[in-house]
Design a protein around this ligand. Structure first.
Ligand SMILES: [Zn+2]
Length: 231
């Protein structure tokens, strides 16, 4: 058991070194910039969808505009053929409606063009920001890599020590250790701290503690780590 605990201690050192890399300022900055890049990307997609909507509406407005213009040509032709007092007022009223419709469509189209221009401006802004963020995140990435290179030999040294200890470790207990460690549970072997699990710090039942006193080693009722009685 002593050897397994020694290995666990060494693994703890490796994890501390890995955490050093994870928690270094560049890593935190890198994660922040990654978030900015992701948000930027989805904003771009939104703008693209808006732009597509505008193009669609513009095409609708444009075809309506053409139709009204076509109608007014017909009206003009009618106008030249035998004008009489009866149809003059109808023709004027029809023409007025068309002028109204035309200017309304025109306004709508101008409005759409304005919106499209705004989207182009926003997209350009966003694109600049994203380029900047990409540049920065590349710098942070390089710094993280540097930090990783820094701790790599230390980790390799500890791993070598572990390899040397492995043959001396209790097979069954070490197998259990490796399996749980691979499942993301660490540390695997913990002490009983008063009436609490040394791993998850949850209070254990009296029943459990009594049983532990007899068998000296038991998986925690809550986190499944192996609780050992202090020697
Ligand atoms: Zn526990």
């Amino acid at each position: 058991m002593k050897t397994v605990l020694e290995i666990q201690k060494l693994d703890r050192q490796i994890k501390a070194l890995e955490r050093e890399v994870e928690k270094c300022p560049a890593s935190i900055d890198f994660r922040n910039y990654k978030k900015i890049l992701q948000e930027g990307k989805s904003r771009f997609e939104q703008l693209e969808a808006q732009a597509n909507e505008i193009i669609k509406n513009y095409e609708i407005a444009n075809s309506k505009f053409s139709r009204i213009k076509g109608d007014s040509e017909i009206l003009k032709k009618q106008n030249t053929d035998g004008i009489n007092l009866e149809n003059v007022s109808t023709l004027i009223a029809d023409a007025n409606v068309m002028v109204g419709e035309l200017s309304e469509e025109n306004r709508r189209m101008e409005d759409l063009v304005r919106k499209a221009e705004e989207i182009v401006r926003k997209s350009a802004d966003l694109s600049n920001k994203l380029t900047e963020a990409k540049k920065r995140s590349a710098v942070f990435k390089a710094r993280i890599e540097q930090k990783r290179q820094e701790v790599a030999p230390k980790i390799a040294e500890i791993e070598k020590k572990i390899k040397e200890l492995e043959p001396k470790a209790d097979k069954e207990k070490y197998a259990k250790y490796t399996q749980m460690k691979e499942n993301g549970i660490f540390p695997v072997y913990v002490n009983l701290e008063d009436v609490f699990c040394g791993g998850c710090k949850v209070e254990l039942s009296l029943n459990f503690i009594e049983k532990l006193k007899n068998v000296k080693m038991l998986p925690c009722e809550h986190c499944n780590r192996i609780i050992m009685l202090d020697k």
